[in-house]
Design a protein around this ligand. Sequence first.
Ligand code: NAD
Length: 414
Amino acid sequence: MAENVYEIARRQFDKAVRYVNIKTGIAEYLRTPKRELIVNFPVEMDDDSVRVFTGYRVHHNTALGPTKGGIRYHPDVSLDEVRALAMWMTWKCAVVGLPYGGAKGGVICDPKTLSARELENLTRRYATEISVLMSPQGDIPAPDVGTGEREMAWIMDTYSMHRGYSVPAVVTGKPLAIGGSLGRNEATGRGVMITTLETLKRKNIPVEGARVVVQGFGKVGAPAAYLIEERGAKVIAVSDAQGGVYNPRGLDTRDLLAYASAQRTVEGYKKAEPIANAELLELECEVLIPCALENQITATNAPRVRAKIVAEGANGPLTPEADEILADKGVFIIPDVLCNAGGVTVSYFEWVQDLQSFFWGEDEINERLRQIMVRSLNHVLRIAYEKNVDTRTAAQILGIQRVAEAVLIRGIYP
Ligand code: NAD
């Protein structure tokens, strides 16, 4: 039975909050979601039947500003998963210094089994159901597992239809044509690449020829893979939910992406050997980048992980037990709330551009993203050194400190 991720998020918080000087009551407030919405709603299916779906939207904390967080479509979505992801969003936004609180949403469904029309019906109805919480000033969703530009466009359109005018800033990760931002598609993967390259530099491992393994070849994993390959590293294995491919001489990840886009999986790619997902995580490599789901590296397989660096493209891919085992083995972890914060950072740029109706060039976006990622990594590493804690705890300390400061300055209403 997979570990409850909300419990994990709270355990991580409890470990970090001991280093932050705040009252017990404030700590209790910070480890609890502010509001949670559950919606059960009907969707008309292609065969004229009606199916009821369950969705969630959780706001974890709003001390620093409106909430921000993705929407996930997956059969395993649960209230506890959404709570954990919302909480991590709070620390993530604070770690990179964005004026946002954390949120997350999700619908229990398998998007692979739904037609485009059914997905559109589901998305527009879910957007309407959560519109009591969603607004450019209050809560701004974005893509996550199982959603993308298309769903964000439907959400933007649905919200705009209800208002009577276009409101692009209500959601980020939109197509460029309707107020999306240059660089957003690659932003999470770019942030992963930037923090990974900085870490390699610090550990005196040359990028040229460094072996990289990527689990999950979606919106995060695919750009992370080709951007790192472009910097000279050798991506030796990649997987998705169907299976994995392995080539010790290095994959051409752009070519693999073209194949995967056409076939909707990396499986069957001829210029590599097949490899099982479990085996892929245990390959000897310099960098392992999990970019799929939570709980992928646990007490069971952590002893067999042979990476020098684990860069968490995904949220929560390691359990606390795995953290400890990897720490004992000297594996360096770039924690999720830092490593994959490039996505929300460029989402923030998108929101700012939409609010101002003034759009930036791609070089400017990528350079601003690079500065934020490097500055945040340095800050986290400084805390890890000063407090003699692991990198995940250091990142959470930074996030918690910033949110706690905002809570204290604002005061407890009334
Ligand atoms: P996605 O749906 O685009 O891609 C997910 C990928 O993981 C797919 O290739 C899927 O086939 C694969 N996958 C699923 N189960 C797997 C398994 N058991 N083994 C191997 N591969 C598996 O989703 P995404 O947006 O790339 O999100 C991936 C992770 O990154 C999630 O944890 C998400 O919360 C996190 N994240 C996403 C963003 C973003 O901007 N999209 C930002 C920050 C963090």
